[in-house]
Design a protein around this ligand. Structure first.
Ligand code: SF4
Length: 713
C-alpha cells in the first residue's frame, strides 16, 4: 500500500458524511461531521454525539468549506519571481520544487546542518500533519531545533512546577461547579464549548466571576468582572492566599496531606494585604477578601485559566500561584472542583515513535544540537552565529504572529536566507518564501488529535482528495526525505501508521479500546488498532473523576508543590512570586511617562491567531484592525469613536480604527488580533510594537507586557 492515501477512499458520487476533527489552536478540538456531495464538501458541522462538541461549531470552522475552496488557495508549487517579500511567484512542478529544496538543504547541511531551522507551531494541532514526518526529517538532517514557545510555554512550565504537568479538571465537570472563576479567558471567543458548561452551571445557580483586564463578551455575561491591570495576576493570587488564611478558609487537612511548602508560601503571601494588592492590580481593595470568601466558601469551586495572563514577564509565576489555589480550599476533592489550564498532559502520546530522535547524526562529545527560540525569531535571523541559512516554515505565519515585527520582517527579507514555506494561502510569511509549497487542509488529509481542553482522542479522516496539486505536510517531508537520500524505512510510514504510532498504547489513560501490548505495528495492525476511532471518531481517555481528591499529582512528591525543589536545584526561586511587567509604571516609570497605555492583543472573535484573516466572510465582521480604548483616554487625546489612529512606541507603529468604550479600563487598550500585515491599514499589524523579551520561566513571549501611546495621525 502506498504511504500517501489521503482522499483515495472517498467516493466521487453520492452523499457521504465523513468524521473529522477541528485542527485549530483551540482547546475545544471539536469532532466534525463533514458532508460530501458528489465529491464536494457541502457542510461542516459539529458531531451532536460528541460530549463536548455537542453539535455546535464556532462560526470560523462552520465556514470551513469556504476556506478550503477559496479561490486564493495555493494549488501548485511556486518559486519566487521578485524581491523577497514582494509576493511575486512563478509556478513550478513538484519535481522542480523538491529538487531545488533538496539541493539547497543538502549543500547547507554539508557545511553545517544546524544552519537549517524548521519553524512551525499549531497551524494544525494534528499529530500527523504537525510534528511527525517533519520531525523525523529534521532529526535525520541534524538541523537546529526550534524551541516551540510562542503560545503556552510559560503557563505550562508554571503548571509543571506546581501540579507536575499539563493536568487539571475534566471540562465536562464544570457544569456541576458552584463557583467558576474565568481567569484570563474570553471563552466565548476562544473556548466556546467550555462556555456551554459554564452556562449550564450558571443556570443551576453557580456564580461566574471573570478576571480579565478587558470587559470581554464573556466578562460581560459573568456575575462579576474584576478588571485588573495586565500582568498583575500573581499579585491578586498572592492576595487571595493571604486572605484565605486570614479569614480561616483554608482546608488544613488537604494542605497538610497533599501539598508541599505551604508555610513558606504563606509567609511570602502575608505582606500582600488587600490595599497592597489593590494598588498593584488597580482594583478595589474590598474585591480581594470578597473573592477569597467566595472561593473558600462556595463548593465545588473551579478555575478556568487560559493562556492570555501568562504572556507577560511573570507569566509562569502567575500560573504557579493560580494553579496552587484549589489545593488551599480542598477543591480537588470534588470532580467539579479544581482548575484547568490544559488537559494535554492526560494524553499518552508516544513522541519517540512519532519523531524518531535517534535518527539525528551524532555530535562531538559534550555538544548539543542548537536550539533557537521561535519567540525571538527576529533576533535569531539577524544575529545568530553561525547564521540561519535556511528556514522551513510550516503550520505557522511568523511574519504576522511573532513579536517585534520590524525585526522579524528584516530577518525574513535577508537575501542570503533560503526560505521554504508550506501553506494554504499567501500569508505574510508565504510572501517571503523562495519556494512556496501547497499544503492540504484538514478536509483533505488524515490526522489524529489530542486536545488541550477535553479528554477525547479525535480522529480526522479525509473528506475529499487534495485540492489542485496540494499535498499533506507528511507527504511533502516524505518526498523530500527520499530526494535527500534518506533510506530509513520510517520515511515510508503512511499517515495511518503515523497516527497509530502516536498512541502510547500502554498509556494508563489510553482508552481500553486502543490498548495493545503486542508486536510492532504494520499497516494492517495500524488499521486494526485505530478501528474504534475510525468508526466512532472519538474516544474518551481513561482518567478517573476527581483524580487528585487524594493527592496523586504527577510531581515528584505526588503533591501540589508550592515549594519546588526542582526550581531550587536550578538556582531559581523555589516559591512563586509576583514579578512586575517589564513595561509598567512600577517597573519603568520613565517609559510609562512616554508610553502610558498598557496594550493587550487577544484573539479577535472571528480569527484564530492569524488563521481565517483572509476569509472574506470572517474578516467582514471584524471590519478592520481596531484599538479599543476607554472614553477618558480617548478624550485626553482628542480621539473620537471611528477615528483612524496611530498606536506607537520606540519599536514601531501601526494604524487602527478607534473603538471608544468603557469595556476598556482607563490606561489599558485592547487590540483584537492577529491581522495579517497586508490586511492591516498601512500594511502593519499589532506586532510592530510588541517586543522579544521572554517570560520568567518557559522562555515564552510577553506580548501583553507592552506600553504604547496613541495619537491621531
Ligand atoms: S476553532 Fe475551536 S470551537 Fe471552533 S470548531 Fe475548532 S475546536 Fe471547535
Amino acid at each position: 500500500m502506498p504511504p500517501f492515501e489521503a482522499g483515495q477512499a472517498v467516493p466521487a458520487a453520492g452523499r457521504v458524511v465523513v468524521r473529522g476533527a477541528c485542527p485549530h489552536d483551540c482547546p475545544d478540538t471539536c469532532a466534525l461531521l463533514v458532508t460530501v456531495d458528489a465529491g464536494r464538501v457541502t457542510r461542516v458541522a459539529g458531531d451532536p454525539d460528541h460530549p463536548t462538541t455537542h453539535g455546535a461549531l464556532c462560526t470560523k470552522v462552520s465556514r470551513y468549506a469556504e476556506r478550503t475552496y477559496s479561490a486564493e488557495r495555493l494549488l501548485q508549487p511556486m518559486r519566487r519571481a521578485g524581491p523577497k517579500g514582494s509576493g511575486r511567484f512563478e509556478p513550478i512542478s513538484w519535481d522542480a520544487a523538491l529538487d531545488e529544496v533538496a539541493a539547497r538543504l543538502t549543500a547547507i547541511a554539508a557545511r553545517d546542518p544546524q544552519r537549517i531551522l524548521p519553524y512551525s507551531y499549531a497551524g494544525t494541532m494534528g499529530l500527523v500533519q504537525g510534528e511527525s514526518m517533519s520531525a523525523r526529517f529534521f532529526n535525520r538532517l541534524g538541523a537546529a531545533q526550534l524551541d516551540r514557545t510562542i503560545c503556552s510555554s510559560a503557563g505550562k512550565t508554571g503548571l509543571a512546577h506546581t501540579l507536575g504537568g499539563s493536568v487539571g479538571m475534566d471540562v465536562e465537570r464544570f457544569a456541576d461547579s458552584k463557583l467558576i472563576i474565568l481567569w484570563g479567558t474570553n471563552s466565548i471567543t476562544s473556548n466556546l464549548h467550555f462556555w456551554t458548561f459554564a452556562q449550564r452551571a450558571s443556570r443551576q445557580g453557580a456564580r461566574l466571576i471573570a478576571i480579565d483586564p478587558h470587559r470581554t463578551a464573556t466578562a460581560e455575561r459573568c456575575h462579576q468582572h474584576i478588571a485588573l491591570l495586565p500582568g498583575t495576576d500573581a499579585a491578586l493570587a498572592l492576595g487571595l492566599v493571604a486572605s484565605l488564611a486570614r479569614q480561616g478558609l483554608l482546608d488544613d487537612e488537604y494542605i497538610r496531606a497533599y501539598t508541599v511548602g505551604f508555610e513558606a508560601l504563606l509567609e511570602r503571601a502575608r505582606p500582600w494585604t488587600p490595599d497592597r494588592v489593590a494598588g498593584v492590580c488597580g482594583i478595589d481593595a474590598a474585591v480581594i477578601d470578597a473573592l477569597a470568601r467566595d472561593f473558600g466558601t462556595i463548593a465545588p469551586a473551579a478555575i478556568r485559566l487560559n493562556y492570555g495572563m501568562q504572556r507577560v514577564r511573570g507569566g509562569a509565576n502567575a500560573a504557579r500561584l493560580i494553579a496552587g489555589l484549589p489545593a488551599l480550599v480542598g477543591a480537588w476533592r470534588h470532580p467539579a472542583g479544581g482548575m484547568l489550564l490544559t488537559s494535554n498532559g492526560d494524553f499518552a502520546i508516544d513522541w519517540r515513535s512519532l519523531q524518531r530522535p535517534e535518527l539525528a547524526p551524532p555530535l562531538p562529545a559534550g555538544s548539543r544540537r542548537r536550539m533557537i527560540n521561535m519567540s525571538t525569531i527576529g533576533d535569531a535571523l539577524l544575529e545568530a552565529d553561525p547564521p540561519v541559512e535556511a528556514l522551513v516554515v510550516y503550520n505557522s505565519n511568523p511574519v504576522a504572529v511573532a513579536p517585534d515585527s520590524s525585526r522579524v520582517i528584516q530577518g525574513f527579507a535577508r537575501e542570503d536566507l533560503f526560505t521554504v514555506v508550506l501553506e494554504h494561502f499567501r500569508t505574510d510569511t508565504a510572501d517571503h518564501a523562495d519556494i512556496l509549497l501547497p499544503a492540504t487542509t484538514q478536509l483533505e488529509h488524515l490526522d489524529i488529535h489530542a486536545s488541550y481542553g477535553h479528554r477525547y482522542w479525535v480522529m480526522n479522516q479525509p473528506a475529499i482528495g487534495p485540492m489542485g496539486e496540494a499535498l499533506p505536510n507528511s507527504e511533502i517531508f516524505r518526498r523530500l526525505a527520499r530526494r535527500m537520500g534518506f533510506q530509513e524505512p520510517c520515511f515510508d510510514d503512511s499517515d495511518l501508521m503515523l497516527a497509530a504510532q502516536a498512541l502510547d498504547t500502554r498509556g494508563r489513560s489510553t482508552p481500553v479500546a486502543l490498548r495493545r501490548t503486542d508486536a510492532p505495528l504494520d499497516e494492517q495492525g495500524a488499521r486494526e488498532l485505530l478501528a474504534p476511532l475510525l468508526e466512532k471518531g472519538w474516544l474518551k481517555l481513561d482518567v478517573p473523576q476527581a483524580p487528585f481528591a487524594e493527592g496523586g499529582f504527577p510531581t515528584s512528591s505526588g503533591k501540589v508543590e508550592f515549594f519546588s525543589s526542582q526550581l531550587a536545584a536550578a538556582g531559581e526561586d523555589p516559591l512563586p512570586d509576583y514579578l512586575p511587567p517589564y513595561e509598567s509604571v512600577a517597573s519603568n516609570p520613565e517609559l510609562a511617562a512616554k508610553y502610558p497605555l498598557a496594550m493587550i492583543s487577544p484573539p479577535a472573535r472571528n480569527f484564530l491567531n492569524s488563521t481565517f484573516v483572509n476569509v472574506a466572510s470572517l474578516r467582514a465582521p471584524e471590519k478592520e484592525q481596531q484599538v479599543h480604548l476607554n472614553p477618558a483616554d480617548a478624550l485626553a487625546r482628542g480621539i473620537c469613536a471611528g477615528t483612524m489612529v496611530t498606536v506607537f512606541n520606540d519599536r514601531g507603529s501601526f494604524q487602527a480604527r478607534a473603538v471608544v468604550s468603557d469595556a476598556a479600563r482607563p490606561g489599558v487598550v485592547m487590540v483584537p488580533g492577529v491581522w495579517w500585515h497586508k490586511h492591516s491599514p498601512g500594511g502593519r499589524n499589532v506586532n510592530m510594537v510588541t517586543h522579544q523579551r521572554l517570560t520568567d520561566l518557559g522562555r515564552g513571549p510577553s506580548f501583553y507586557d507592552c506600553l504604547v501611546e496613541i495619537e491621531v495621525r
